[in-house]
Design a protein around this ligand. Structure first.
Ligand code: GUN
Ligand code: FE
Length: 435
């Protein structure tokens, strides 16, 4: 089997950084080597050491002086919303009803779904995202298109057919039985095929009747290892309406808890306005709150208390994500730039090591997939990204006076986007150059 030896400045995390000077939270190799074979990383470390381990005929690729990090991970976005980005709406519910639901209706056509899926994976690769967790539309055809394209590209992707049976246009509704049957069919056809993971995906409590929630509960019981994804506590009008629809629940989080959806594989998009009780319940269940900063700012949803939730006595697990098309950028760099600004407005500091931790290992931990992705450890998938902090003239100018790794990362996060991504490797293959 042929080996590839990739040379560059390696950076990967071993745990969440406690402070800006927590150098033990990451590994940095100024002249590093990554040895790749058969889609896996077989060795990582100082270039000379790894070179000595490599086969004599290993192909060498030199990315110096650029940084090599684990592939970026996006834990919440909507594949059928690529053409919804930048829709002019006052708030979440207006945005959903006016733009988003009508657009998702188009995914009943499998040709349309296949075309958008190709664009979707192109954008992931362009932006250095090697794993993403997406909502498809209600139509099984959309999930088929999503997973077929992931399989073609060899990417580790999570996704689900959305279940929704009320409060949306007719063309976007299933029924409790159809939602259940089609989700089972998607699991049977796609889960574990290639690197695909199927997620149980009730859109949110507003668009599911109690009868459909019972069906999601049944799926969660039958497939306890699958991810579950939904939305929680994003917008005040949404929270009020949800309370009217489920009058017996103590609060929004309790609805999902009652149907057995609150657990360590559960990903809840937004979680901006949680009460202390809800945050405790999330923490005790090990559920993940997924922060979507560009979306929260764009839709005016609110300021997510990332630092406050992670330093609680009962801390809440946190993921970060773009939430395309409520979100406005595919870039996880831009996403963390906006996350930083939200913490600034809350009087909190989010240091660049924390931000890069979140985009990589942090999100892998949020998905319980850190044995496979999110690090440069030997034995894990060879998904990694090459970043250039001098990618644009303006960035290059700033790099002239940038002296430390801390400042370089902060520059990448503040000014970087897809232009800073020199290459994206999926299972050891350079994908960006091939686009
Ligand atoms: N809540 C329910 N559906 C959606 C969606 O598509 N986007 C966002 N941001 N919130 C939602
Ligand atoms: Fe969303």
């Amino acid at each position: 089997m042929t080996q590839t030896l990739v040379r560059g400045r390696l950076l990967s995390f071993v745990r969440r950084p406690q402070a800006i000077d927590d150098t033990a939270s990451y590994r940095y190799e100024e002249d590093g080597g990554l040895l790749v074979e058969d889609g896996r990383i077989v060795a990582a470390g100082p270039y000379t050491t790894v070179r000595a381990e490599a086969a004599a005929d290993a192909e060498e690729i030199d990315h110096r002086p650029h940084l090599i990090l684990p592939g970026l991970i996006d834990t919440h976005l909507h594949f059928p919303q690529m053409q919804v980005i930048g829709s002019y709406a006052a708030n979440l519910l207006e945005w959903l009803n006016t733009y988003t639901f009508p657009e998702e209706c188009r995914f009943v056509e499998s040709e349309h779904a296949a075309r958008i899926a190709r664009h979707f994976y192109d954008e992931m690769i362009r932006h250095g995202t090697t794993t993403a967790v997406a909502y498809c539309s209600v139509h099984k055809a959309s999930a088929d298109a999503y997973f077929a394209e992931a399989l073609k590209r060899g990417m580790r992707m999570v996704g689900g057919k959305v279940m929704m049976d009320r409060n949306a246009p007719q063309g976007l509704l299933d029924t409790p039985q159809i939602g259940y049957d089609e989700t089972r069919a998607v699991i049977a056809e796609w889960h574990g095929k290639g690197r695909n993971h199927v997620a149980i995906t009730p859109r949110f409590a507003i668009t599911s009747t109690p009868a459909q929630m019972e069906m999601t509960a049944a799926l969660a019981r039958e497939f306890p290892d699958l991810h579950i994804q939904t939305h929680l506590s994003e917008n005040h009008d949404e929270i009020r309406f949800t309370g009217e629809l489920y009058p017996d629940a103590i609060d929004y989080t309790d609805i999902y808890a009652k149907y057995g959806l609150l657990g360590p594989k559960s990903l809840f998009g937004h979680c901006i306005h949680l009460s202390e009780r809800e945050a405790d319940a999330m923490s005790e269940a090990g559920a993940v709150a997924v922060h979507c900063p560009t979306s929260n700012l764009f839709l005016g949803s609110g300021l997510f208390p990332l630092k406050a939730l992670s330093r609680r006595e009962k801390p809440v697990r946190i993921g970060v994500a773009t939430d395309i098309g409520g979100g406005t950028s595919y870039s996880m760099l831009k996403t963390m730039d906006e996350a930083y600004k939200i913490q600034q407005l809350l009087g909190e500091r989010l240091n660049p090591f924390e931000s890069f931790y979140h985009m990589t290992l942090g999100n892998a931990e949020a998905l319980s997939l850190s044995d496979h992705i999110g690090t440069l450890e030997a034995g894990t998938d060879a998904d990694f990204v090459v970043l250039d902090a001098a990618a644009t003239p303006a960035m290059a100018l700033k790099m002239e006076v940038t002296r430390s790794l801390t400042d370089e990362l902060f520059l990448l996060q503040t000014m970087g986007d897809d232009r800073a991504v020199r290459e994206t490797y999926v299972a050891g293959k350079a994908m960006k150059a091939a686009l």
